[in-house]
Ligand binder design. Structure first.
Ligand SMILES: Cc1cc2nc3c(=O)[nH]c(=O)nc-3n(C[C@H](O)[C@H](O)[C@H](O)COP(=O)(O)O)c2cc1C
Length: 177
């Protein structure tokens, strides 16, 4: 039977959904059944053989619903391959310093759900479109001097998805589709 993979996302204004969809499209090329779902949806988590979980970053943190998803499903998730990814603006410049900063965003996640050990963490630049933001977020991004625009690097996102694909399927010896 074909393996079934869940790509779950937490978003505020949508850019993380498109990253989740791009990851799912690559996983599908490997012959797996893939579902893309919001962390808000009610899911029968035990239907999945692997999970990719991604969240936007707001003020240095994964969105609370992503962490809640992990907490809720922790007992099952610790038994299957799980990968994390994040959409943020710090990764508009992929430097060692910025990667370290963004990896620290995961500290509270790892502390809250230490038993779920991700096989990989994808660190991706996201998008800031001021037209989609309310007044408070607009003020906040001005305060943190965030660059405005779409910085999602689709080649990098797809490349990461193809690296994690065999691991998610529990077939680490499969290097190529
Ligand atoms: C109010 C606000 C706060 C943000 N805080 C951070 C941050 O602390 N660090 C960071 O790297 N990116 C930060 N970002 C950038 C978002 O993580 C990025 O725009 C992401 O792509 C948004 O995802 P979404 O469109 O799925 O909501 C922030 C964006 C907004 C609007």
């Amino acid at each position: 039977m074909a393996k079934k993979i869940l790509v779950a996302y937490a978003t505020r204004v949508g850019s993380t959904i498109e990253i989740a969809e791009a990851i799912a499209a690559v996983l599908q090329e490997w012959g797996v059944e893939v579902e893309v779902r919001s962390t808000h949806e009610r899911l029968d988590i035990e239907h999945y053989d692997g999970v990719v979980l991604g969240s936007a970053i707001r003020m240095g943190h994964w969105l609370p619903e992503a962490v809640e998803f992990l907490q809720k499903h922790r007992h099952y998730l610790k038994t299957i391959p799980v990968a994390y990814f994040t959409a943020c603006i710090t990764m508009t410049e992929d430097t060692e310093e910025n990667r370290e900063t963004v990896l620290h965003y995961f500290d509270p996640v790892m502390q809250t759900v230490p038993e779920v050990r991700p096989i990989s963490i994808g660190l991706f630049a996201g998008e800031i479109d001021t037209h989609k933001l309310g007044v408070m977020p607009r003020i906040a991004i001005k305060m943190i001097h965030a660059p405005i625009g779409d910085y999602r690097n689709w080649a990098k996102i797809r490349s990461w998805a193809s690296v994690i694909a065999p691991q998610l399927m529990g077939e680490p010896e499969m290097l190529y589709p």
